[in-house]
Design a binder for this molecule. Structure first.
Ligand code: ATP
Length: 350
């Protein structure tokens, strides 16, 4: 039995079904991320677990206990929000101690526990400061310390990094991941940022329009997407245009499957000089460069081919390795890189 399970969770708002039969299970100490576009129901699911918003139907069990029967403040769940929700008139220490007061923790213990929580988020030196003058990253560390200090049974985080700038976001996500592994508290983390989800999670649950598309490790989600939605949302995709060029390419690769959508990731394609041959299990598709986009650590080369316009991602493009529109090239397509999906957008095995 998993530590936390949500089974057949449904949330019906007036005129809108935000969760349509969602089931997840989270293990002890696991970092579990809900990933999906805006409006897919991530926050609704998180709030149902926290108890801010009850489900319409379905069950939520934590460590063998029916959570829906317990009021939010008795669930022992720590929560971190997008807007830091710190009290500006309270010192960093008092902000973190805040959650312990109603729990009737003796003053001496409050001191030790707050000190521990502040040291975990590297804020011990600032305990007496007021948060107003602190950076967004520091304020979010206060939020994290406050959520952890109660020794929660579960840590819930709703887009905690989205108000921070890109560089700090990367720094703090590494820190959150390290802290979570150290304190070993099962964590459910909400984000719409794919890269963040891949970097921080043990497992990712990809959601769309109130349902779950796929649950898996970052490697499974990115490397073995089970639906077209997941393949598109986590990473980028080329789609082969329906037509003779595609049919010929598939035939040359020895693929006879029938599929509605044929896709390939830009980083799984590479460029060959025009006329260069392909090794077995691959095809050299003749084409013409129509666009070159230099992005520093990679470049995107758009190539018009008989199977449609394909983006080829070139890693570490050498200085001066500019490709000019109009240039004739070949695109190396490996059989193993093709992903096929049926008309319902479900992955087909090849
Ligand atoms: P975001 O990243 O934008 O927060 P989300 O995936 O967290 O998106 P939710 O906040 O869970 O999405 O909302 C899911 C859907 O439910 C949205 O379409 C939202 O408009 C709708 N919704 C949320 N709360 C209510 C409500 N009280 N009444 C009606 N509809 C609601």
């Amino acid at each position: 039995m998993a530590y936390l399970t949500v089974t057949d969770g449904v949330k019906q708002f007036t005129g809108f079904r935000a969760l349509n039969g969602v089931s997840i299970s989270v293990e002890r100490g696991e970092f579990f991320t809900l990933l999906g576009p805006s409006g897919c129901g991530k926050t609704t699911l998180l709030r149902a677990i926290a108890g801010f918003n009850d489900l319409t139907s379905g069950s939520i069990m934590l460590d063998g206990q029916d959570l829906r029967a317990i009021p939010p403040h008795k669930r022992d769940i720590g929560m971190v929000f997008q807007d830091y929700a710190v009290f500006p008139h309270l010192s960093v220490f008092d902000n973190v101690a805040f959650g312990l007061k109603p729990r009737k923790v003796p003053a001496e213990q409050i001191k030790t526990r707050v000190a521990e929580a502040l040291s975990a988020v590297h804020l011990q030196a600032l305990a007496e400061r007021l948060p107003a003058a602190m950076s967004g990253g520091q304020q979010q560390r206060i939020g994290l310390a406050r959520a952890m200090v109660i020794n929660p049974r579960l840590l819930l985080m709703d887009e905690p990094l989205s108000n921070l700038d890109a560089k700090l976001r990367i720094e703090l996500r590494e820190e959150i991941r390290d802290i979570q592994k150290r304190v070993d508290i099962a964590t459910i983390y909400v984000t719409h940022d794919q890269e963040e989800a891949l970097a921080i999670s043990d497992r990712i649950c990809v959601m769309s329009a109130g349902h779950i598309e796929q649950i898996g490790t970052p490697q499974e989600i990115y490397g073995n997407p089970q639906t077209l939605f997941v393949a598109n949302f986590v990473g980028t995709l080329n789609t082969l245009a329906d037509g003779e060029g595609r049919a010929k390419l598939l035939a040359e690769l020895g693929i006879s499957a029938n599929a509605a959508h044929w896709t390939i990731r830009p980083e799984r394609l590479s460029l060959l000089e025009a006329g260069q041959g392909a090794p077995s299990g691959a095809v050299a598709l003749a084409g013409t460069i129509s666009k070159f986009t230099y992005l520093g650590r990679e470049a995107h080369v758009l190539v018009d081919t008989p199977a449609g316009a394909l983006v080829v991602q070139v890693s570490n493009p050498a200085l001066g390795a500019v490709r000019t529109p109009g240039e004739a090239v070949s695109v190396l397509v490996e059989r193993s890189a093709l992903m096929a999906f049926d008309a319902d957008s479900k992955r087909l095995s090849l």
